[in-house]
Ligand binder design. Structure first.
Ligand SMILES: *[C@@H]1O[C@H](CO)[C@@H](O)[C@H](O)[C@H]1NC(C)=O
Ligand SMILES: *[C@@H]1O[C@H](CO)[C@@H](O)[C@H](O)[C@H]1NC(C)=O
Ligand SMILES: *[C@@H]1O[C@H](CO)[C@@H](O)[C@H](O)[C@H]1NC(C)=O
Length: 307
């Protein structure tokens, strides 16, 4: 009898060890993709999304969801206060360039220029988050983007079909050629896993499946998700909130500060209501406001009140 109990105990111990070991492997695997997934090893799996978890920061954080095109190394990025500068026409005439340039990291999107707009948007660019569809726009001026501003980190997001590395990803191929011509350029691409993760965050926050609802995430979405991982605090300049276009006396401005024409609010409504292929800018802004409530994110020009 004693012997039997002992064996039973031994096997319990063995099973616990195996469980603990599996748990370690899982933790290790999920660490490979920097997203804050919390796995509960001994119960059901609970997935918890914690944007901007201040407590667990280490200097020079490694972001495994973003891989260097030349070296295949993951992105290392650790910022104190980040300024995210919107491409919106709201930026015109704001004269916040000097304030923006004082931030430890300055984030811009797609091909938003600084030349000629320094007084409003600043001069420095630490990170430029770029949509796969905007890569050809950067390649219109490669000397500027990839030689003159070679201290800027480029993060290119895009679907697998364009970003695949087997020779069939047309955007990846363009980027590969770019780093061959401009070896100092720091170009990173999002991994397929990270893309699915960004979709999963959209589903979790809105209850809507991105693909089924016929929408595309915006560059702003990818920017905020990475910035929440890389920055202690975030100041977003020039982004409008979800009710801006329905508020009294809102400012009618162009969609981009560097291009005349296209009206910002018209563009927002067009996209929000497009049955297929639109960006859900307004829905996304609602989610950003929710994140700002919990984390150190401030939106100004125009100001958001998040309590
Ligand atoms: C990197 O940028 C600096 C500053 O614009 C420039 O002088 C230098 O030539 C660039 N280096 C390369 C290798 O392109
Ligand atoms: C917006 O917020 C900034 C910074 O918090 C403040 O200085 C400014 O007065 C505010 N502007 C308006 C119009 O409320
Ligand atoms: C959204 O923007 C409008 C217009 O600037 C403003 O009146 C409103 O207070 C803002 N709402 C929030 C929640 O920030």
């Amino acid at each position: 009898m004693m012997y039997y109990v002992l064996i039973k105990r031994k096997s319990v111990v063995a099973v616990s060890f195996i469980a603990a070991f599996l748990c370690l492997i899982i933790v290790r695997l999920t660490n490979e993709v920097t997203f804050p997934l919390i796995l509960n090893c001994f119960g059901q799996t609970s997935v918890k999304w914690i944007p901007f978890s201040n407590g667990q920061r280490q200097p020079l954080r490694t972001h495994y969801g973003y891989v260097n095109v030349k070296t295949q190394e993951p992105l290392q990025l650790d910022c104190d206060l980040c300024a995210i500068v919107s491409n919106s026409g709201q930026m015109a005439g704001q004269k916040v360039g000097a304030e923006i340039d004082k931030s430890s990291c300055i984030w811009r999107m797609n091909n938003a220029p600084t030349k000629g707009y320094e007084e409003d948007v600043g001069k420095r660019t630490t990170v430029r988050v770029v949509s796969h569809t905007s890569v050809p726009l950067l390649l219109k001026n490669p000397e500027y983007f990839f030689r003159e501003t070679n201290s800027t980190v480029y993060v290119i997001w895009g679907p697998f079909r364009n970003m695949r590395k087997d020779g069939n990803g047309i955007v990846y191929n363009m980027l590969k050629k770019t780093v061959d011509s401009y070896p100092a350029a720091k170009i990173y691409v999002t991994t397929e896993k990270r893309m699915s993760y960004c979709d999963a965050v959209f589903k979790k926050e809105t209850g809507k499946d991105r693909v089924q609802s016929g929408s595309y995430l915006s560059t702003g979405w990818f920017t905020l998700i990475l910035a929440m991982d890389a920055c202690y605090g975030i100041h977003v300049y020039g982004m409008i909130n979800d009710t801006y276009c329905k508020s009294e006396g809102f400012r009618k401005v162009p969609y981009h500060y560097y291009e005349p024409g296209r009206d910002e609010c018209e563009e927002y409504f067009l996209h929000e209501n497009a049955p297929y292929g639109g960006h859900r800018f307004i829905t996304e802004k609602k989610v950003f406001a929710k994140w700002a409530k919990k984390h150190t994110i401030v939106f100004t020009h125009p100001n958001w009140t998040v309590s």
